[in-house]
Design a protein around this ligand. Structure first.
Ligand code: ZN
Ligand code: ZN
Length: 254
């Protein structure tokens, strides 16, 4: 693995280790390009506080830490500053305003909740039906259409429990939109590592058919989980068995 653009920090409340440990672990694993993409802060009305992301007052510390590591380790690894963010149509612009003062280099789309997070429908909840899937696909396509995202993390994260036909038609819609907008789709190595319900082969078969660009993301929430050989081997099995088009960019884009 040359590059991994999907890395978290303890600030999101569900990751551990220090920022430096992620960098040193990536260097040990032979990674040349490491992107930090911690869960972005988000603005919500009425004092709602999301526990899945850094707080607005932690941005400064996150940015400062990543930039100082970028400088300190510049001879060993190329570090990039990014965020993983949902597309919540009601609050997306406010989120962008919040991070605008900082020199971030990229955003990845990771849609973990439906309907602006207000309905608290987490997409990994087992057995979600057609309405949830369709809402997810609509929101993700609208997110991609903003042109703000470098790539689309775990596009197959929604834990759909309905018919294969419905899954196929909605996934086809999503893959075609990503292809048209030239946004790569991520095979999520955390899903492989923790034996989660994703990556889903029924989704990746469709991505192969559509001809999407595919990228690996470690989605590290622990320092030692970047570029693990077993994860990459399992990811390569998916790529090779379906004939997916794997890309390995050295630079993120905004
Ligand atoms: Zn996370
Ligand atoms: Zn992530």
């Amino acid at each position: 693995m040359i590059a991994n653009f999907h890395t978290h920090t303890y600030r999101c409340n569900h990751a551990s280790g220090t920022d430096r440990e992620y960098v040193e672990s990536a260097i040990r694993a032979g990674v040349k390009v490491l992107g930090f993409s911690d869960h972005s802060p988000y603005w919500f009305p009425n004092d709602y506080y999301s526990t899945h992301r850094m707080k607005p007052d932690q941005i400064e510390d996150y940015v400062g830490s990543v930039l100082s590591l970028k400088e300190e380790y510049k001879n060993d690894i190329k570090i990039h500053l990014g965020f993983e963010a949902e597309y919540y149509p009601l609050y997306f612009d406010k989120m962008l305003e919040m991070i605008a003062p900082y020199p971030y280099e990229y955003l990845i789309l990771g849609q973990h909740f439906l309907e602006n997070e207000k309905s608290h429908i987490h997409v990994v909840k087992p057995g979600l039906g057609y309405d949830a899937l369709s809402t997810y696909v609509n929101e993700c396509i609208a997110g991609l259409a903003t042109g703000k995202f470098f790539y689309f993390a775990h596009p197959d994260v929604l834990n759909f429990g309905g018919s294969p036909e419905a899954y196929r038609s909605e996934s086809l819609r999503l893959c075609r939109a990503a292809k048209k907008m030239n946004v790569p789709l991520e095979i999520n190595l955390l899903g492989i590592r923790e034996n989660r319900a994703y990556p889903r082969m029924d989704f990746w078969r469709i991505a192969a058919e559509v001809g999407n660009d595919v990228i690996f993301g470690s989605d590290s929430h622990k320092p030692d989980a970047t570029a693990l050989a077993d994860d990459i081997e399992a990811g390569m099995k998916i790529v090779n068995s379906l004939g997916l088009h794997l890309i390995e960019p050295w630079e993120p884009k905004l």
